[in-house]
Design a protein around this ligand. Structure first.
Ligand code: SF4
Length: 98
């Protein structure tokens, strides 16, 4: 079964399996220019990393480390997906309605 965009936006059950449970949230929202290395280390072995990243992308999370990626890295993914959707409009339509 394919997971639709709405399901990703609403489902937060994956958070129960997160590596960052109990870790200081400030680690994942570093000051501008501060290191993201420690947060990314926590994310490295996280079993819900992909889900976390897709959740952040679907919800337009602009700040913090999600799925082991910074805001800048997530922006890059959003841009490349947008380019891919424009190149294949039929695929984009099926993604938007899933
Ligand atoms: S990928 Fe990182 S931020 Fe996301 S749930 Fe796992 S540990 Fe937490």
């Amino acid at each position: 079964m394919r997971i639709g965009r709405k399901q990703i936006m609403l489902d937060t059950s994956w958070q129960e399996l997160a590596n960052c449970l109990g870790v200081d949230p400030d680690l994942f929202f570093p000051e501008r220019g501060a290191s993201t290395r420690e947060a990314k280390e926590v994310c490295k072995g996280c079993v819900v990393r992909d889900h976390c990243l897709e959740y952040a992308l679907a919800n337009g999370e602009k700040f913090g480390i999600w799925g082991g990626m910074s805001e800048r890295e997530r922006r890059r993914i959003r841009r490349s997906r947008s380019v891919a959707r424009q190149a294949q409009p039929g695929v984009a339509a099926s993604i938007e309605t899933a």
